[in-house]
Design a protein around this ligand. Structure first.
Ligand code: FES
Ligand code: FES
Length: 156
């Protein structure tokens, strides 16, 4: 077992974990952040995306021990004082989800995208989210939501 100290959604956790434990399993099963779903076992779908020190990572392709000392943001930590993040508001307003399974990962990948590029063209939004798959929406409303959130200043 290896001791790790990870900050998740602003709260510090110290835990003993097996070196092979994946970050997504640590978040869901140890920390209880079940808002981070698992959508595949091939690192393809992006449903498990979280921010690690501000950069989006697929948490099924990161070991929990690699997050030692890091700050993790999950979908559950994105709101501020009970108010949704602009991306959450935009996904809601633009009907950018149906089943919602891909949504946490989409929103966190988009947060990383807008941090690097606050005013992306639609093509850049599509490229930025190409690691995140959605089986329901056809992507049009997702792109519209990210564009709307950018216009609302989500990337600043
Ligand atoms: S569950 Fe991580 S990429 Fe699919
Ligand atoms: S809303 Fe169902 S997978 Fe995207």
């Amino acid at each position: 077992m290896t001791k790790i100290n990870v900050t998740v959604d602003g709260v510090s956790y110290v835990d003993e974990v097996e070196p092979r434990l994946l970050l997504v399993h640590y978040l869901r099963e140890v920390v209880g952040k079940t808002g981070t779903p698992i959508g595949c076992d091939t690192s393809n779908c992006g449903a498990c995306t979280v921010l690690m020190d501000g950069m989006s990572v697929k948490s099924c392709s990161v070991l929990a021990v690699q997050a030692d000392g890091a700050e993790i943001t999950t979908i559950e930590g994105l709101a501020t004082n009970g108010e949704w993040h602009p991306l959450q508001k935009a996904f809601n307003a633009e009907h950018a989800l149906q089943c919602g399974y891909c949504t946490p990962g989409m929103i966190l990948a988009a947060a990383d995208l807008l941090r690097d590029n606050p005013h992306p063209a639609d093509k850049e939004i599509r490229e930025g989210l190409e690691g995140n798959l959605c089986r329901c929406t056809g992507y049009e409303n997702i792109v519209r939501a990210v564009r709307s959130a950018a216009q609302a200043g989500a990337g600043r």
